[in-house]
Design a protein around this ligand. Sequence first.
Ligand SMILES: [Zn+2]
Ligand SMILES: [Zn+2]
Length: 218
Amino acid sequence: MKTLPKFFLPVLILLVTCMCACDCKNVPAPQPVHPDPVEPQNTVISLYLQPYNDFPEEQMAHVHQDVQNCLDTLIPELEFVVYRYENEELPDYCWYPPRSRYRADSILLYQLRMDDEKYIMGVLSEDISVTSDNIKDWGVLGFGLQPGTSAVVSTFRVKNKSLFYKVIVHEFLHNLGLDHCSQNDRSCYMCDADKRPRLELEVQLCPVCKAELLRLME
Ligand SMILES: [Zn+2]
Ligand SMILES: [Zn+2]
């Protein structure tokens, strides 16, 4: 008669034990002692565009889309949502009669009084101005707090209107705390270039500005 291999009996006992153990129904699955940590959610940064007076609806629709696309492409590490309000009339006190244009600083204050928690970007086709160094009333493309929640931009001085969205992105990045490009890189959206921006050359946020923005947004 053949003898069974020596290891047969222990294996058989183990098998029967396992079958008994697995026969129990409705045994709850063991729970992890420490639950999985919750994945950190990306914070959404919302920007609200506020067209003023007779700013054309069709142009505003393009600007809205262009700003959203630009932020998504330029800074994919952060999540942005761009909203658009209906047109509003600017109050008379923002008007500067001696030069027949609006004061950008007055518009910033007006917006802060309306809502100082949302990032609001006023959008105009009329000229805007600020006091700059020794010049009492200096025409500008845009003006924004740095950091802050209020900014204003105008198409008045922008030759190629299809690039106007770049002015909005520049002022919005000031609002988020970003200064002018320390590299003076003309391809960078934050380049000041002696206050004469060449919008057609601005195609990126240079690595130094990008790193600084991400640090500010941590
Ligand atoms: Zn600037
Ligand atoms: Zn830069």
